[in-house]
Design a protein around this ligand. Structure first.
Ligand code: SF4
Length: 416
């Protein structure tokens, strides 16, 4: 029986959207939903221009493959919404908060996975927006489309279609297999499951945002969908986040680049839009703060992307390093964690290629943390805590503590 955790939610969440901007310390923060992380080159240009004209010239990649603009002046959301709508990035005024969809970013590009889920992204987004009740989903409710490789199925989505064959999907509820299978009707089943969650939540009188936040959410939603099997965890072996050159005879060359600390400049995004036009005309934003440029004839653009400051292989010091906004953007932060993360990451103590990920946060809310195992570097009023050990803000000692925590973590994982 799955464990359930019921948080004491009292109403809808205040998750920012493109329309409802969060007032951060550095100005308005707008989150633009990018279902499946898929963006055309022209849409990327629109976002880069919006960041330049309306924000601080940068965009943040989120752990769900969405994008955020920061430092918006009061009222800029109206201009932003107009630009997004014109670019096809705001298909629904009512469902923007609910459009949280991650998809396997290399689906159809590298010969792995049991199905190409790329076409399902648009179908699911359209079906979500066409279901009036689903506007009631929380901004934390997550849909995942996994092509069978287990990458996004491991992200803890509320609902996940996991391909088991080119034309067969297992619907996972809260990460668990309850025996529900779908074929051409996969999107229909996903939408029905989201509706069943809302119905069950209403029946319980709950304000829970996620499946795990209502009483026996998996079992009861499964029952509403006619499932009779006991929930079991599927065997998943998620691959490492993609980076570098990915080549396949049927799909050409894809380049996957790391965006340092998930913050991309408008100039870098324009460069990637240029690169996309040399390929399939689209970019794929991953939940691991990387961007894939698919359908290229070769890898000749890679050095230019590296010269622009993007990480282009797994030896990049930025591989596996993430951070929240920190100070000055977030008033809750105890430190400028991005500056400290940069100083430590680019310092003289490089991490091993396969070291465990590190997430730097300015307070214990730990925004944007990775779904899997990682070392948390937590700013405190007096310094940092690294793996539970208190360290002052001396950067050499901090770097040594981070390196030790990664090594220790890796030893525990492998039993070494
Ligand atoms: S983790 Fe804390 S400091 Fe960082 S963005 Fe979230 S609330 Fe702000």
């Amino acid at each position: 029986m799955p464990s359930t955790h019921r948080a004491a939610r009292t109403g809808p969440d205040a998750c920012p959207t493109a329309l409802q901007v969060h007032a951060a310390a550095d100005g308005g923060l707008a989150r633009v939903r990018i279902p499946g992380g898929l963006l055309s080159a022209s849409q990327a240009r629109v976002l880069a221009r919006a960041a330049r004209d309306l924000g601080d010239g940068h965009l943040d990649l989120t752990s769900r493959g969405n994008l955020q603009l920061r430092a918006l002046p009061p009222g800029a959301e109206t201009e932003l919404a107009d630009r997004l709508a014109e670019a096809g990035l705001l298909p629904s005024l009512t469902h923007e908060r609910a459009r949280n969809v991650v998809a396997s970013p290399l689906s159809g590009l590298d010969g792995h996975g049991g199905a190409d889920v790329r076409p399902l992204v648009d179908a699911l987004d359209a079906a979500l927006c066409a279901a009036p009740a689903l506007a009631g989903l929380s901004g934390r409710f997550l849909f995942a489309l996994d092509d069978g490789r287990g990458d996004v199925a491991a992200l803890g989505a509320d609902l996940c279609l996991l391909a088991s064959a080119p034309d067969e999907f297992t619907l996972l509820l809260g990460g668990l297999d309850v025996g529900l299978r779908a074929h051409a009707d996969a999107v229909t089943l996903m939408v029905a499951a989201a509706g069943a969650f809302l119905d069950e939540r209403a029946a319980q009188g709950s304000a829970g945002w996620r499946l795990s936040e209502i009483d026996q959410g998996v079992v009861r939603v499964a029952a509403r969908l006619g499932a009779v099997s006991a929930p079991v965890a599927p065997a998943l072996d998620p691959p490492a986040p993609p980076v570098g050159v990915i080549a396949h005879p049927a799909a050409g060359v894809a380049l996957a680049v790391i965006v340092p600390l998930g913050r991309i400049s408008a100039t870098q995004l324009d460069l990637l839009a240029d690169a996309a036009l040399a390929g399939a005309g689209e970019l794929r934003f991953t939940p691991w703060r990387a961007i894939v440029v698919p359908g290229l004839p070769d890898a000749t653009l890679l050095p230019g992307l590296a010269a622009a400051g993007l990480g282009v292989d797994a030896d990049s010091p930025w591989y596996g390093i993430t951070a929240c906004a920190g100070r000055p953007g977030c008033a809750k932060s105890h430190a400028d964690v991005r500056a400290d993360a940069t100083a430590v990451t680019l310092g003289p103590m490089p991490a091993a290629r396969d070291a465990v990920p590190v997430h730097w946060v300015g307070c214990d809310r730990a925004c944007g943390h990775p779904a899997g195992p990682h070392v948390r570097v937590l700013a405190t009023p007096g310094g940092y805590q690294v793996g539970g050990v208190t360290v002052d803000v001396d950067l050499d000692r901090l770097a040594a503590a981070v390196a030790a925590a990664r090594t220790s973590f890796a030893s525990q994982e492998t039993g070494a």
